[in-house]
Design a protein around this ligand. Structure first.
Ligand SMILES: [Ca+2]
Length: 176
């Protein structure tokens, strides 16, 4: 029967396939692991973007991202749906003080969206993660998208590199 001819090779190769699968899984958590617990003294801010002004419509800072989220919800019951746009971090590898930038769903196009001022992480961003549908991120040395341009980047950046590190003052993000 043809079934016999098919099952034999599958059995022979199954251990190798499992080995490859395990090796693949082992490399994934570095990129998708849960964020490390907040450390004492770190400030974690939730910033909700106002697309019409490219400024923070709301900013809540607390000792952890979860506490900042709770503060926002308490202050804005029934607020419009939000999506996470960018996670910005003071230290490499998505650590340290953070800004979770959120905004209304959609609205990403070639012109993109932006944040005129980085607030608590002005001149401090060392790593970032992208979320939602604006995959291309461009950094600027000064607020209001002025000065030297960094990037654009089209992947998450565990370190933004020596030129952009601790330099960025504003950001744009758009379709690639
Ligand atoms: Ca930094």
């Amino acid at each position: 029967m043809t079934n016999t001819r098919h099952t034999t090779p599958v059995r022979r190769w199954a251990p190798i396939a499992v080995g490859v699968a395990l090796a693949t899984i082992a490399t994934v958590p570095a990129a998708h692991a849960a964020p490390p617990p907040a450390r004492a003294g770190e400030e974690h801010c939730l910033v909700v973007l106002d697309d019409s002004t490219a400024r923070a419509a709301a900013r809540h800072c607390a000792a952890s991202p979860e506490a900042a989220e709770r503060e926002y919800r308490a202050a804005n019951p029934g607020a419009a749906p939000r999506v996470l746009l960018l996670g910005l971090y003071d230290e490499p590898n998505y650590r340290g003080a953070s800004v979770m930038l959120e905004g209304s769903p959609g609205l990403c196009d070639q012109a993109g969206r932006g944040l005129r001022e980085l607030g608590s992480l002005n001149n401090r961003v060392s790593s970032f993660r992208r979320h939602d549908s604006c995959p291309k991120v461009t950094g600027y040395d000064l607020p209001n998208w002025m000065g030297a341009v960094y990037g654009p980047w089209t992947t998450d950046m565990p370190w933004v590199g020596p030129e952009a590190d601790n330099r960025m003052g504003s950001l744009q993000f758009s379709l690639a």
